[in-house]
Ligand binder design. Structure first.
Ligand code: NAD
Length: 304
């Protein structure tokens, strides 16, 4: 195994809801972690968790063997890379864990390589709970030669690391999966509301579909109506879970990839429109399964 980035300090840029606990898990695993965030609260929490918080991103990467980023979007990621690539030691391993467009992930990796570094994309699933527990699934996009080293770096934060292919493949896997998730949640929610109108109880539909061809995660784990799956967010007033704003963001990235690649994805494109409207009209802070209520309300209005 290469030890280049797995012995020296790690710089962590973006210490928010996800990055904060991820950096804390690196510290808990015995790594020396420097960090930076533009937000004071994030910096204070990270400092309390043992991160050596610096005054700028460029300062944080000095002397680091690896740089992990966990930022809100691709534009911010590319801005941070502009600042830190010249400041890092040659050959530093850059791993971006943010969810960004496939094209932005490839641009970021190309910039890092052009500056003499090595780069991977590694978006995650598992949410804040997974970040805190160190059980995130990382979808890794990088050359074969980097897999072992990147996996060892991510290990203290991970339940699983899946190498999905070359640069950008991690982001591709993430948005393809979430396009299925958004579309399947809408389909399941429409079926519950149609069932209501036809006099079918939620439990009866669940009992049949959960063991029939309609079976999917949106039904059996994140069931959008209260009752059939007691642990689903619907049973706690649709508190997330996975927030509508994040689903709208991920479907927006999927739509961009659909358009850039010329894919005929009518259902994925419509799911993006429905989730964008859901987020804009009050669903941003609710679990994405609350779209069932929007569908019910619109169905009632259409019936008047
Ligand atoms: P967040 O807003 O809590 O954290 C992002 C942090 O980046 C903030 O603390 C912000 O101050 C900081 N930041 C912004 N610009 C910066 C800059 N120029 N330099 C340094 N720091 C900067 O968001 P989050 O929930 O931690 O999500 C981070 C990424 O993870 C996003 O791309 C998101 O889509 C993805 N993600 C989130 C979840 C989730 O459940 N929250 C799950 C999977 C993936």
């Amino acid at each position: 195994m290469s030890t280049t980035s797995n012995q020296g300090p790690v710089a962590f840029i973006g210490l928010g809801n996800m990055g904060g606990p991820m950096a804390a898990n690196l510290v808990a695993a015995g790594r020396q972690v420097t960090g930076f965030d533009v937000g004071q609260e994030a910096c204070d929490k990270a400092r309390a968790a043992g991160v050596d918080v610096k005054g700028s991103a460029a300062e944080a990467v000095q002397g680091a063997a690896a740089v992990v980023t966990m930022l809100p979007n691709g534009a911010l990621l590319l801005g941070v890379y502009d600042e830190v690539l010249p400041a890092a030691a040659p050959g530093t391993l850059f791993v971006d864990c943010s969810t960004v467009a496939v094209s932005d992930a490839r641009t970021a990796a190309d910039l890092a390589v052009a500056a003499g570094h090595r780069a991977a994309d590694a978006p995650v699933s598992g949410g804040v709970g997974g970040a805190e527990a160190g059980t995130l699934t990382f979808m890794l996009g990088c050359d074969d030669a980097l897999v072992e080293e990147a996996t060892a770096l991510l290990d203290p934060m991970a339940g699983r690391v899946v190498h999905c292919g070359a640069s950008g493949a991690g982001q591709a896997a993430k948005i393809c999966n979430n396009m299925v998730l958004g579309a399947s949640m809408i389909a399941i929610s429409e079926a519950f509301v149609l069932g209501e109108k036809l006099g079918l109880t939620h439990q009866a539909f669940f009992d049949v579909a959960s063991t029939a061809s309609g079976q999917c995660w949106a039904l059996t784990t994140n069931c959008p109506v209260p009752g059939p799956v007691p642990t689903s967010p619907a049973n706690r007033d649709w508190r997330p879970g996975f927030a509508g704003a994040l689903m709208a963001k991920d479907l927006g990235l999927a739509r961009r990839a659909v358009e850039e690649s010329g894919t005929d994805a009518a259902v994925g494109t419509l799911a993006e429109e429905l989730y964008r409207r859901f987020a804009d009209e009050g669903g941003a802070g609710l679990d994405f399964s609350a779209i069932v209520n929007t569908i019910r309300e619109r169905s009632a209005a259409a019936a008047e």
